[in-house]
Design a protein around this ligand. Structure first.
Ligand code: ADP
Length: 551
């Protein structure tokens, strides 16, 4: 900028200088020439007067002047600087023609006789002859040449001066601009013309500050959202470099902390992950599932498009461990249900087929009929338990909750199952030191106690006992069912609450078990916010305790 201003100022001054000098020389030249003509004319008048008075012209002529006398016919009568005898007729000379026509004439041209530039002036004397005087025009030229050197020196000095001046002027303009503090343009010292610029800079600064604050606010907002998300989120560029990543993204992979600039492969190098990213970067959305030691993760990688070309990808990582586990259980349950239903149905179908063909003795057909009835009862019990467990599974809260006495429920169950217990030669009894009031669903609680008591009967020994007990311990109501039965092996204790898990399949089936009883008990306990514990010793007996929050 400094250079530009210097060039502009200096060239303008230089041009002005040259133009002024040129114009001055022209004016000077013209004035000088007019002066010569005027002087020449004055001298001519003086000479004419002298000649008319009879004076000797050559005596009164100033040195260096050429004087010529021309007769009326154009013959040169006298010339002070040339051999007038050999000179041609001068009647056609412009100054002579003018003198004859107007009394006076002048001209400037190269002399045919002397071969140099001359100023001529002519007039007609009283006797009709023409008097002409001439001075060389080169006197002006030589005068100008003499002026050239001092002029050149002055010009050079002026050029240096103006160069220095232009430099100073440029600095005076640019220094205040260069020293503006862009952060605080208001505090800048400068000339008045800078004010609009400073004002605009200040306005621009305010806009930039506002934009930066808005961007920071958005970025903070984004960080708060992503940092508090349980899902992992990562944004990468074309070169797989992380542009942004939240905590969950690397935590879900149990990887070290990754930050913007790292490769996304720092959080996982598994083939499925790498393929999902490669697919997104090639423009195709990928949805994959990765199973590691502890978790099942769903990876959704979507391409980021800009002007129809991929510039990066957004990766979302979700922990679907629970969902996957639920799905696995559901699949297992469906397979088990089909299998459990198939056995009694096959048996019913077989007996029915035999009956259909006829020719069976009456007693045998009665046996078949009993078998069909028993299997149907098993089917009904199974379907009932399946419906019950499915409802509990779905978190069906349609059960009416009310104040219930567990002691009453226990007593009812004992009396209801007494007959069944007798068929297994098992003695039932009820112990209650407290009414055991809880908030709960009477139907579901009754079902739970009945299932536990039924197991205590089924898996007992002949002559054994089964006891339902209700007591209160601080703010808990304790319900337990204990028996003197076969007990549960240690390795099966954790699994007996699983659906369709039976320690002894044939014994369970023979006694009408569905394999869902304890599973319903576990769900029911969870529904009532109660906890379950199991104590059992092989060959000695089992006790299952449920601890309810007291009302
Ligand atoms: P089931 O309909 O077969 O009784 P449950 O879910 O009620 O199914 O019980 C699962 C399994 O746990 C039973 O098959 C049985 O092997 C075992 N079990 C349950 N209760 C007792 C108990 N009181 N004594 C011994 N084993 C039991």
């Amino acid at each position: 900028m400094n250079k530009k201003i210097f060039e502009t100022v200096f060239l303008s001054i230089l041009l002005t200088l040259i133009l002024v000098l040129g114009a001055s020389i022209t004016v000077f030249y013209n004035t000088y020439e007019n002066r010569i003509s005027d002087d020449l004319m004055a001298e001519l008048r003086f000479l004419a007067a002298a000649a008319d008075g009879g004076a000797d012209i050559s005596a009164v002529t100033a040195p260096g002047r050429r004087v010529t006398l021309i007769g009326q016919d154009g013959t040169v009568i006298f010339d002070s600087q040339a051999d007038y005898g050999s000179m041609e007729n001068h009647l056609e000379r412009p100054e002579v023609i003018d003198a004859i026509q107007h009394g006076y004439g002048s001209d400037k041209r190269e002399s045919d006789t002397l071969l140099r530039n001359l100023h001529y002036a002519a007039t007609v004397l009283s006797d009709g002859t023409i008097l002409r005087i001439a001075v060389p025009a080169d006197t002006l030229f030589s005068f100008m040449m003499e002026m050239l050197l001092p002029l050149a020196v002055i010009l050079l000095a002026l050029i240096f001066f103006f160069a220095w001046y232009s430099m100073k002027a440029a600095k005076r303009i640019t220094d205040p601009i260069n020293s503006i503090d862009l952060e605080h343009p208001d505090s800048a010292d400068g000339y008045e013309e800078l004010s609009p610029l400073l004002f605009r800079i200040a306005k621009q600064q305010a806009t930039i500050r506002e934009q930066i604050e808005a961007a920071e606010h958005r970025s903070r907002e984004f960080s708060i959202i992503t940092d508090n998300m349980s899902e992992g989120i990562a944004v990468i560029d074309r070169e797989m470099r992380l542009l942004s990543i939240n905590r969950s993204a690397y935590m879900l992979f149990d990887a070290e902390e990754a930050v913007a600039g790292d490769s996304v492969l720092a959080i996982s190098r598994s083939d499925i992950f790498t393929e999902a990213i490669a697919s997104a970067l090639s423009g195709k959305r990928a949805d994959s599932v990765i199973e590691n030691r502890t978790r099942t993760l769903q990876i959704i990688a979507s391409p980021v498009m800009e002007h129809s070309s991929v510039t990066g990808a957004v990766i979302i990582i979700m922990d679907i461990t629970e969902k996957a586990e639920r799905e696995r259980l559901r699949r297992e349950f469906t397979a088990n249900v089909s299998h459990e239903l198939k056995t009694p149905l096959t048996s019913i179908s077989g007996f029915a087929e035999l009956l259909k063909n006829g020719g069976i003795p009456e007693e045998t057909s009665r046996d078949f009929g009993r078998e069909i009835y028993d299997e149907s009862q098993r089917l009904i019990a199974l379907v009932h338990d399946i419906i019950r467990i499915s409802k509990l599974d779905e978190g069906d809260s349609s059960e009416s909750m009310e104040r219930v006495s567990l002691a009453e429920i226990g007593s009812e169950a004992v009396s209801r199952l007494r007959k069944r217990a007798e068929s297994f030669a098992v003695k039932l009894s009820m112990e209650s030191s407290d009414p055991g009031i809880v908030m709960g669903s009477p139907t579901l609680l009754d079902e739970m106690v009945a299932n536990l008591l039924d197991n205590a009967i089924k898996y007992n020994r002949r002559g054994g006992t089964a006891v339902v007990s209700v007591s209160k311990d601080d703010d808990r109501v304790i319900l337990s069912v204990r028996d003197t039965g076969i007990g549960i092996p240690d390795e099966d204790k954790d699994r007996v609450f699983e659906r369709f898990y039976r320690v002894d399949k044939s014994r369970s089936r023979a006694s009408g078990g569905t394999g869902l009883g304890l599973s319903i008990v576990r769900h029911g306990a969870a529904y009532h916010h109660a906890s379950i514990s199991l104590r059992s010793k092989l060959g000695e007996g089992t006790e299952i305790t449920i601890s309810f929050p007291a009302v």
